[in-house]
Design a protein around this ligand. Structure first.
Ligand code: IMP
Ligand code: MG
Length: 180
């Protein structure tokens, strides 16, 4: 694909790290039921692959928040566009997210979910891009720390495309810079 500058995380690299994360999660939660909360749409691929390898009992629910729109810069505006279907009160909640960039999305979500009185609330992110962080976020599980580049694939989109690509790549800058 012309948009690919280079592949950052291959399918094999992603899958083997995700198995390690699932093992760590399973060890920590044991027989407790985990309420996995997938942040759509980016967290979907990660949720599926992670959940397959978790041995603790799990439930899923989905939430959608807007922070980026189709632009490649965080707007700082966070809004719930789809809320959970079930109550999380008294449950062990694990947020499953694709990437933490500025941290604005998760900072808002943490406050929002905390106010619903879960028994515990943790974060599992596949990618962590610390260079852009604007608010500190307590992250419990991180797949990979990544450089401050515009990443696409395995959940991450460019104009809603390429979320289905099984690896993470750095996009050629001329693709997104002309949009800003
Ligand atoms: P934050 O609020 O800045 O932490 O943004 C988090 C959200 O921005 C993620 O869940 C992604 O949907 C999106 N995002 C952040 N960095 C990238 C990237 O490099 N490529 C595509 N989407 C990104
Ligand atoms: Mg996301």
């Amino acid at each position: 694909m012309d948009i690919v500058e280079h592949i950052l995380l291959s399918e094999e690299t992603l899958q083997s790290r995700i198995r390690e994360l699932a093992a760590a999660v399973s060890r920590d939660y044991g027989d407790e039921t985990i309420a996995l909360i997938c942040i759509l749409k980016g967290g979907l691929m990660f949720l599926c692959d992670l959940a397959k390898h978790i041995t603790s009992p799990v439930t899923y629910d989905f939430m959608s928040v807007s922070s980026y729109g189709d632009a490649t810069q965080s707007s700082g505006v966070v809004r719930i566009t789809k809320d959970l279907e079930e109550s999380i009160e008294g449950k062990h909640v694990l947020i499953v997210e694709d990437i933490i960039d500025t941290g604005l999305t998760l900072s808002y979500l943490l406050k929002n979910l905390e106010s619903r009185n879960p028994a515990s609330l943790k974060i599992c992110t596949l990618l962590d891009k610390p260079a852009n962080r604007q608010v500190e976020i307590p992250v419990d599980y991180v797949g990979f720390e990544v450089p401050n580049e515009f990443l696409v694939g395995y959940g991450l989109d460019f104009k809603q495309l390429y979320r289905n690509i099984p690896y993470v790549f750095v996009a050629k800058s001329h693709y997104y810079q002309k949009d800003n």
